[in-house]
Each structure stands twice: as C-alpha cells, then as structure tokens.
Design a protein around this ligand. Structure first.
Ligand SMILES: Cc1ncc(COP(=O)(O)O)c(C=O)c1O
Length: 378
C-alpha cells in the first residue's frame, strides 16, 4: 500500500530536512523568488473538474526569465568558486540557455563565449535570443550542424575545449558549462541544474500549502532533463503523491527517460538523500513532438494564441507551447487528476517567439496580418 502524502498533509519538518540538504550547495542569488503561482481560471473552466495552476518561472527577473535562471544560480556560483572568468557553453542559434548564461555571467562580472549550432540553411539573424546575446555582449561563434539531428556531446565538447584553450592561452580561466545545465560534463561535476529544481519543487509545494491546495500533477516541457529530474527527486524525497509529467520537445521516450533517471540518481547522490526514484517515476510524454524540435505547427500556434487570449500569459513556441498542447490533450481525454491541482511550470523561452512570428501569425486562428488597405481614391 502506498503511503504517499498529499501536499496539504506534508509536515514542516520534512520540508526543512530536504531544504537543509540543498542549502549545503553554494548558490549565488540571481532571481526574484518565489516566482508567482496563480490559478488559470479560464483554462480550468474549459475542462470541468480540473483545477489548473501556473508556476511562473518565466518571471525570474533575470533577462527574460526561464528555468535556466534557477540552474545558473548554482552553476555561476560553482564557476566563481573554481576561479573562472569566462563561461563557455553551447546550444542552438535561438538557445534560451545560452542567453540566460550570458546574462547571469554578466551579473556576476564574468564573460561568456557561446558556441551556437545552426543548420546550413539557417540564417544568422540578430533576432530573438541571438539579438539579446549580442546586446548583452556575449562572444558568439557559429558552427554548422546537421539539420534535424541533436549535436552529440562529444562534438560540442570538442568545440568547447578549443574555445577554452584559446581563453587559457590569453591568460583567462574558462568554465565549461553543459547545455541546459543538466547532465554533469565539462567543468560541472554535480547535477546543479536538477538541484535547482528540487528547490523549485519545494517552493511550489510551499505556495500550494499556503493556499491549502493539494497538487496531483505537475506538467512541464522537458529538453535536457534537469528540470524534470529535479522535480521528480523533490517530489519523491518529500514522499508526495504527485505525478511529474515531462512533455518532450525533442527526444523519444525510450532514449530520453533513462537519461532523466540517470540525472535523478546523481541528484539524490549529490544531496545525500536515500535513492527513491525508479523508472516508473520518470514519465516522458513524447506524443506531442509533432514534426520535431522547434517546429511550429497549427497545434503550437493555437496553444500560444489560446493561452494569451484566455489568460494573458505568453508562452514560447519551442517548449512551453508544446507542453500546453500536452496539457490540453490530456485534460480533454480526462487524463489529468480531478479535484486536485494540476501545476503547469512555465519554464520561459519567450524571446524565441519573435523569429517565429510570421509562421505563428499564419497558423494562429484569426491572427493573420491583413493586407494594408489601399487609401488611393479615398
Ligand atoms: C523554455 C524552456 N523550457 C523548458 C526547457 C527544458 O528544460 P530542461 O533542459 O531542464 O529539460 C528548456 C531548455 O531546454 C527551455 O529553454
């Protein structure tokens, strides 16, 4: 028989015990916390019996916000402790991670070098995140990658190492940060990004408890796995009866779930908590991938327009809109808990809207820009 607890029945002592383990890991304050937590009344009304809430990690207060702000509190602190003066990292041309890293580095007085992978036909335009990377003064380097393929860690690390060598030869001290701040590699030896999300889970649980709210499920976009791993580890460590549903934006379940489980185990180990997470706790939903990573289709455009119009909340086209497509589908099919709160973690990424604006306008209902009317003869 499961003795998992409701959020409302969780003891203060249990929360404090987990917090004390996390507090042993040094953190640099970069965000405004707690991030807001509010109900989505119109969305809940669309699906009678559901009670849908949003955790606003898009409003962290670092640049345009997002889940990476939380991860960087630990990662930048680690870089400072290791005497680094430059953060070197990588991502796609419109990487949210890279922008957040560049902004966080600036706040800490560090430089950043971003290795940005792009498809051969992808134009390098100063738009969205890339525009902000340039504005914040990051050093950017562009590398061609195979279209539709995820860049391998080995390949990325070889570019990172080359950049690091150059920095060292100039007398600098580089810190190599893994993409998304999730899986330890380069200079990051602990799963610092996931640890940040154990902390975020506690924050959301405390907000729910204050409102006498019982969380039955959390749903969010999953990409490099650290956010999901942290939420799962936190929920298990607190003994909560709560499902974490990760909506994959790029990988299939079979290849991705073991990676998330690996980050969970490393996180439990790093925090010195009893290993509790098993494969059954890592739920990766890969049925909302559509045509693949970053592809804006009608469902994504409708989710973006729908939540903006109903709730005045802006989602992003690559991550959070896909997660919202997943939430909508599951709510429609009666697969979300009834009578308990469902929490959608808004993980940010909104600058990526702008490079996609034409396609979104074409696809979103009643959003197309009408031809300017001729004024001749009037
Ligand atoms: C906006 C946004 N949401 C969600 C994610 C997924 O988070 P994670 O990489 O921790 O899985 C990312 C990054 O990959 C992101 O940029």
């Amino acid at each position: 028989m499961s003795c998992a607890k409701k959020t409302t029945g969780l003891s203060r002592a249990k929360i404090e015990e987990l917090k004390s383990k996390i507090e042993k890991i040094p953190r640099l304050l970069l965000i405004q916390e707690p991030t807001p937590f509010h109900r989505l009344a119109a969305l809940s009304a669309r699906f009678p019996g559901t009670d849908i809430w949003m955790k606003r990690d898009d409003l962290t207060g670092l640049a345009f916000g997002g889940n990476k702000s939380r991860k960087l509190e630990y990662i930048i602190s680690d870089a400072l402790k290791k005497g680094a003066d430059t953060i070197v990292t990588w991502g796609s041309l419109q990487s949210n991670w890279c922008l957040q890293t560049a902004a966080a580095a600036r706040r800490a007085g560090l430089r950043s070098v971003l290795i940005l992978f792009r498809a051969p036909d992808q134009p390098v335009e100063a738009d969205g995140n890339l525009f902000l990377d340039l504005l914040v003064g990051a050093e950017t380097r562009f590398v061609e990658a195979q279209p539709g393929k995820v860049v391998s860690l080995e390949k990325a690390l070889s570019y990172l190492e080359a950049a690091a060598e150059e920095i060292r030869s100039r007398g600098g001290s580089p810190y190599l940060a893994p993409v998304g701040g999730s899986m330890p590699s380069g200079s990051m030896t602990l799963p610092l990004g996931a640890i940040a999300y154990v902390r975020a889970l506690i924050e959301a649980v405390e907000q729910a408890k204050r409102g006498n709210l019982d969380i039955g499920a959390i749903i969010h976009a999953t990409g490099s796995g650290g956010t999901q791993a942290g939420l799962v580890v936190g929920a298990k460590a607190l003994g909560l009866d709560l499902k974490v549903l990760g909506v994959s934006v790029s990988e299939d379940r079979a290849s991705f779930a073991p990676l998330v489980l690996d980050i969970c185990r490393r996180t439990e180990d790093a925090l010195g908590i009893e290993p509790r997470v098993g494969p059954e706790d890592v739920v990766v939903l890969d049925e909302y991938l559509g045509a693949g990573y970053g592809f804006v289709d009608g469902a994504v455009a409708a989710a973006l327009a729908g939540i903006f119009r109903e709730e005045a909340v802006v989602l992003d086209p690559v991550y959070t809109a896909k997660a919202m497509v997943g939430l909508d589908d599951r709510a429609r099919r009666g697969l979300l808990p009834h009578g308990r709160a469902v929490v959608f973690f808004h993980t940010g990424g909104t600058p990526a809207l702008f490079p996609c604006r034409r396609r979104i306008l074409e696809l979103a209902p009643d959003a197309a820009l009408s031809e300017p009317r001729s004024t001749s003869g009037t």
